[in-house]
Design a protein around this ligand. Structure first.
Ligand code: ACO
Length: 322
């Protein structure tokens, strides 16, 4: 039996920091409102000439170094992103060139905030079937580019960043199971309702922005994440107390607390980084994972539950024996 194991992690946040105080000067909001409703203290914003591929490259190089592999060994590159550098080629192909890798499959996956969980599951399936041995899996976003900086209901929530993992074939688990879902019925709750083919003029004049019915999304998120926790535990014949660490999508501390409560988990077993960078969409789970691996909380042999929820609507979870 071939499994896939995470052998290296990396994360990167752009240098420029935007605090809640700075947002108070742009829109009618307050540090107090943002902190109590979301848990966010600050977010990082990509420089004008800095792209999603730049952030992905930084995170990838750190993950490659942590795993100790030669980049030439990588035979699959997948990037979860909703904010690619250009319409095409994919950001994964742009990164492939920078890493000096030739010939292996490289593609992007678009599942908004669930993008990394989708990408990880696809890479795991490539490895389990023998189609790849060493995958570079990334979540990377420059969501600041699609924010309406006059809309207080969205601009305070998001930030830019990238997280990466190296996934290698192994006789030992590894990724135990992944559970992906989507329901397009709810597409209008969270969307950028313009693009290449629909209202292309908004893309051209730079007004293709995120729109969100926040409190509706909040309710669906809490319900679906609760269900997916049960689904993942049942599939692996595990009890709630078997999970060592919850590594959730970092959108809102209140949503994360509700999922932890569902797992009877105290918050000291939850990796929480949303305060430091806001919602970085597909980058948030690998960023949080990298922080907890590097500070020594997550140890080899620990059982991790990774989960995410985002536009689509999409949601998913992965159980990992680290
Ligand atoms: N500052 C001050 N007041 C604000 C702000 C702000 N930045 N934003 C909204 N308000 C006001 C509203 O206008 C409203 O005022 P009213 O009562 O006078 O009408 C009040 O605050 C409450 O608004 P709600 O939207 O009901 O606030 P809520 O407690 O639901 O918090 C939030 C909003 C933080 C957006 C929350 O709903 C949330 O986190 N939703 C889920 C987001 C999410 O997880 N998205 C999924 C992933 S994202 C992706 O896939 C790209």
């Amino acid at each position: 039996m071939i499994y896939s194991r995470i052998t290296g992690t990396g994360g990167y946040l752009p240098e420029k920091i935007m605090t809640n105080g700075e947002l108070e000067r742009i829109v009618d909001t307050s540090d107090e409102w943002i902190k109590t409703r979301t848990g966010i203290i600050k977010r990082h914003i990509a420089a004008e000439n800095e792209t999603t591929c730049d952030l992905a490259e930084h995170a990838a190089l750190k993950a490659i170094a942590a795993s100790g592999i030669n980049p030439g060994k990588i035979d699959l590159i997948i990037i979860g992103t909703t904010t690619p550098d250009v319409i095409f080629p994919s950001t994964a192909c742009l990164l492939q060139k920078r890493l000096g890798i030739h010939g292996c499959p490289a593609f992007d996956v678009q599942a908004v905030c669930t993008g990394f969980i989708y990408a990880l599951d696809i890479a795991d399936k490539f490895i389990r079937t023998g189609a790849a041995t060493t995958a570079l899996v990334i979540g990377a976003e420059t969501l600041s580019r699609i924010l309406d900086w006059t809309d207080r209901s969205t601009c305070v929530l998001f930030g830019d960043g990238a997280g990466a993992v190296i996934l290698e074939a192994s006789p030992e688990p590894g990724i135990m199971s992944s559970h992906l879902h989507a329901d397009g019925e709810y597409n209008e709750l969270l969307q950028v309702p313009a693009g290449i083919s629909r209202y292309p003029e908004k893309l051209k004049n730079g007004t293709a922005f995120i729109q969100m019915q926040g409190n509706e999304v909040f309710k669906v998120a809490v319900n679906t994440l609760g269900r997916i926790v049960d689904e993942t535990l049942e599939a692996n014949h595990l009890e709630k107390e078997d999970i060592d660490w919850l590594v959730p999508h970092q959108a809102n501390t209140r949503i994360i607390s509700a999922t932890a409560k569902k797992l009877n988990m105290s918050m000291d077993r939850v990796i929480l980084t949303v305060d430091q960078h806001g919602n970085t969409s597909a980058a948030s789970v690998p960023l949080a994972l990298d922080v907890a691996v590097r500070d020594g909380r997550i140890q080899r042999g620990d059982t991790l539950l990774l989960e995410a929820f985002g536009g689509g609507l999409t949601w998913g979870a992965t159980l990992v024996k680290y």
